[in-house]
Design a protein around this ligand. Structure first.
Ligand SMILES: *Cc1c(COP(=O)(O)O)cnc(C)c1O
Length: 647
């Protein structure tokens, strides 16, 4: 937790998770309390909680880091953060960022026409910067010019040569010497999963030869002042600070030479890419970054200063476009567990009947033997495993040929898993490399599956798409030793709909999560952390699972529970999801009604019975797309109900 939580999350004395948005020692918010509070209001799961103070906290941390870096080296320029709204365009999130960032002079960045249309009216102050990236058509460029005519600080970033020509022509038509920025294609490429956003292979930015054409065009008309900003973006989640320093050095060199040539560049924009630690360790791993917020700011400020001083040009004003680093921490997804699948194992009291097949007796003796031997050598365990596997295979072929009743096949499977469990327990203390592969693999076959009420495709898209790991924890009973291991699987009918890799201590990747033995009748929930950047906005509608319900929470010490709920945005209803794929309630209702009427007329259904079926069908239009049972904890399949009575 200490590696990924950045001080925002901790475990409290009651075994729950505490959110501490402010670092001034104010008491935090207990996630469990927020969940119970919302549950009382009838909110259903999955539930995305936004801690708005965390968002504010991150903005303040970012500015503080740059302020310190600027002060330390007596940098001559200012620093401005712009929020790239593609990370999460939700109106409330953008408003919150603008509110929190207003005293600091925070701006926005957009990358598409729809984003520009959404962002323009949000510019309350004329000074608030709006940086427009992405490929821009005529209508988008026209909109940018409209913003400038209104006196707003809207700056297009030229991504392509012909974009410059169109913009230039449109500006001239209305008699405007319209300012702009340029995104440069650097030779320095990023590293990690998003490396191709920079470097020669990038689909973005203009090359140095093209840059010179732009410059010459401006010079020929004496319009050097229009070129105001130089931009690069290395790609998201920069894992190695050295890559960033190299890129900053390269762009500052370009800046210095252009300034000396007489261009009016005011801003140096270092793009996004400020990373966060998703993993359990600081390392040069895809999940992790090898620098802190402070080091990031220092690297940029001091590199720009060094190059500018060496070249004898004034320090520019700095801009960065951090999205992930500002928003990731502020949302936590809470999911309910609704079922636990375990391997059905024969209880210790199991004794075969006289009449049972020989294999049942053989496996039973084998099981008694592995149970009674306290210390066994690896060779003995391996032999026992081979024997159990052979017996099970023999039983399978006998069954296929019709020589084994279903009940005895079930007993054989249960005995087999009980033997495997015992063998696996014995080898736990062994180094995995020293084990025969059969025994090493055994472990993964014995891990439980915990069915959770969510969709990976809607809420954790990057996990499915690029194997991004997110910290996941139970949100209760963290003061108790978890006795079980499980893989979390989702509601979709897709074998990829699961969390296949977990964050844990050290460099290792974990294939499972430690969870507690469920308590019947008690809900058991997981928190999925750091999902505030990109996840919910990119989520897709696989199996027609829609957006989850959101609650926006503010810390407030005057409230009895230390927080208040500012807003609840209900998740997508069944009928909204259906409309996306062109099914509409009226039509569905009429069709269903026709079928029912036909059955009533044919005497196969009573008329009131038919009416009831129809009404019940219509009621579901307004339901959540997720699991709507009252939350009473997971149900079980496998032997576990029996294991409890054994205990
Ligand atoms: C996506 C993007 C960002 C945000 O990147 P983060 O890694 O989320 O900080 C910034 N600038 C541009 C141009 C982008 O495309």
């Amino acid at each position: 937790m200490s590696a990924w939580s950045d001080g925002f999350f901790s475990v409290n004395d009651s075994g729950g998770i505490q959110v501490s948005p402010a670092k001034n020692g104010a008491p935090g918010i207990d996630i469990h309390r927020v969940v119970s509070h919302l549950e009382k209001k009838g909110i259903t799961f999955p539930l995305l909680i936004r801690f708005q103070d965390v968002l504010k906290g991150r903005i303040e941390q970012l500015y503080a880091a740059f302020r310190e870096a600027v002060d330390e080296v007596e940098f001559g320029g200012t620093y401005t953060a712009v929020y790239p709204i593609k990370v999460n365009q939700l109106h409330e999130v953008v408003e919150e960022i603008l509110d929190a960032g207003r005293p600091l002079g925070m701006g926005l960045e957009c990358g598409s026409k729809a984003e520009l249309i959404a962002a323009l009216p949000l510019l309350d102050d004329d000074e608030t910067l709006l940086i427009c990236n992405g490929y821009k058509d005529r209508s988008m460029l026209e909109l940018i010019l409209s913003g400038q005519r209104m006196g707003k600080a809207v700056l297009p970033i030229i991504e392509k040569m012909d974009e410059f020509q169109t913009y230039d022509q449109q500006a001239r038509e209305i008699g405007l010497k319209a300012p702009f920025g340029v995104r440069l294609r650097l030779t320095t490429a990023g590293a990690g999963k998003w490396a191709d956003s920079g470097g020669d292979l990038s689909k973005f930015g203009i090359s140095v030869p093209e840059l010179l054409r732009v410059v010459e065009a401006l010079e020929s008309r004496g319009e050097q002042e229009r070129f105001q900003l130089l931009h690069f973006h290395l790609g998201s989640q920069i894992s190695d600070i050295r890559t960033l320093k190299k890129a900053v050095r390269e762009i500052t060199q370009v800046y210095a030479q252009l300034v000396r040539r007489g261009l009016g560049i005011k801003y140096l924009d270092v793009g996004g890419g400020l990373g966060i630690n998703y993993g359990g360790t600081y390392a040069s791993h895809d999940d992790a970054i090898n620098y802190s917020l402070g080091e990031y700011a220092n690297a940029i400020v001091s590199t720009v200063k060094d190059v500018c001083d060496a070249e004898g040009v004034p320090h520019p004003d700095l801009i960065s476009e951090s999205g992930r680093a500002l928003t990731a921490h502020h949302s936590v997804l809470i999911v309910n567990s609704i079922g636990l699948y375990t391997k059905d194992e024969a209880p210790e009291s199991f004794t075969p009947l006289e009449s049972n097949h020989r294999i049942v007796h053989d496996l039973h003796s084998l099981r008694e033997w592995v149970r009674s031997e306290l210390t066994m050598k690896v060779s003995e365990l391996l032999e026992a495993f081979h024997e159990a596997a052979a017996k099970r295979a023999e039983a399978d072929s006998l069954f296929s040929l019709g020589y084994l009743p279903l009940e005895e096949k079930a007993d054989i499977e249960r005995l087999y898993w009980a033997i495997c469990r015992r063998i696996n327990d014995s080898v736990q203390s062994w180094d995995s490399e020293a084990l025969p592969p059969e025994l090493d693999r055994l472990d993964s076959h014995l891990i439980d599956q915990c069915l959770c009420d969510f969709s990976v495709f809607q809420s954790l898209l990057d996990h499915w798409a690029i194997g991004q790991r997110f910290p996941i924890m139970p949100i209760q009973r963290l003061d108790q030793e978890p006795g079980r291991r499980a893989v979390l699987v989702d509601l979709t009918c897709d074998s990829d709909g699961k969390v296949s890799s977990y964050v844990g201590p050290g460099h290792r990747e974990y294939e499972y999560l430690h969870i507690h033995d469920p308590i019947p009748g008690e809900p058991y929930r997981f928190g999925i952390f750091l999902v505030g950047a990109y996840q919910d906005i990119m989520g897709d509608t696989h199996n027609l699972f829609g957006r989850v319900t959101e609650a926006h929470i503010y810390a407030d010490q005057d409230e009895p529970e230390g927080f208040y709920v500012e807003k609840i945005i209900r998740g997508t209803k069944v009928q909204d999801m259906l409309a996306l794929v062109q099914y509409f309630p009226n039509d569905l209702y009429n069709r269903m009604s026709k079928h029912i009427r036909a059955k009533v007329q044919a005497g196969k259904l009573g008329s009131s019975e038919g009416y009831e079926l129809l009404e019940r069908y219509a009621e579901t239009f307004n339901e959540s797309t997720y699991f709507t049972a009252p939350s009473e904890g997971p149900s079980f399949s496998g032997a576990k109900t029996r294991t409890w009575s054994d205990e």
